[in-house]
Design a protein around this ligand. Structure first.
Ligand SMILES: [Zn+2]
Length: 216
């Protein structure tokens, strides 16, 4: 791709699409450990190379190093949908497509709410942190069957609001996620954790056993 110009990068859910002026797109995904790091071109950090470096995009001023990227594909820009077409609506899109998300939520039947929130084919962009924080915000037991959740739309509005706030402040909410055995900020009960989904796709879900009590 030497000599090509980057037109821009857009995010769809957790997928990043970097478009070039030759009609191609570099598709990347950070998974758990990846990052795109920006450094001034020519500085030691910009020129450093290791087995962690998966891609480098640079001009005279800036060098973007893609480290430990979990996915890396080059496709024709017109065929981006081959890579992301299976995903549900982006939870951070300018206009949240809640009707489509709710249609997909309903199709999940009695699947635990936490697993539906994590399912990128229902809505794209929510990971373990915002799954836990959204359920906590609504005082929902994470394993409540999806078809017993009274207002699933409220979960997605909460996730969107929490994520948007974290982007603007640079600080994640951290009310329940990652706070195992520390007191719930609402009631003081020690925070608990349990898995959602099955190995190898399981994820830890943090919750307050009192605020998010299992329904009787
Ligand atoms: Zn609590």
């Amino acid at each position: 791709m030497a000599g090509r110009t980057v037109l821009g990068t857009v995010a769809y859910g957790k997928h990043l699409l970097t478009r070039f002026d030759d009609g191609r797109t570099l598709h990347t995904h950070l998974r758990m450990d990846g990052q795109w790091r920006l450094d001034r071109t020519g500085t030691p950090r910009a020129t450093a190379r290791s087995n962690d470096v998966r891609a480098v995009l640079a001009d005279e001023r800036w060098t973007a190093s893609g480290l430990l990227l979990g996915m890396l594909d080059v496709v024709e820009t017109g065929r981006e949908r081959d890579l992301i077409g299976h995903l549900g609506p982006d939870v951070l899109a300018d206009e949240l497509d809640l009707p489509e998300i709710l249609r997909r939520w309903t199709a999940a039947g009695a699947t635990p709410a936490a697993e539906v929130l994590l399912e990128q084919r229902v809505a794209a962009g929510i990971g373990t942190i915002y799954t836990a924080e959204s359920l906590f915000a609504l005082r929902l037991w994470p394993w409540t069957p999806a078809d017993e959740v009274a207002d699933p739309g409220a979960l997605y509005r909460a996730a969107r609001e929490l994520m948007t706030r974290a982007v603007s402040t640079g600080v994640p909410p951290g009310r329940v996620h990652g706070r195992l055995r520390r007191p719930c900020p609402r009631c003081g009960t020690p925070v608990a954790v349990a898995p959602a989904r099955r190995p190898p796709m399981e994820r830890p879900v943090f919750y307050c056993p009192t605020c998010q009590r299992r329904p009787a």
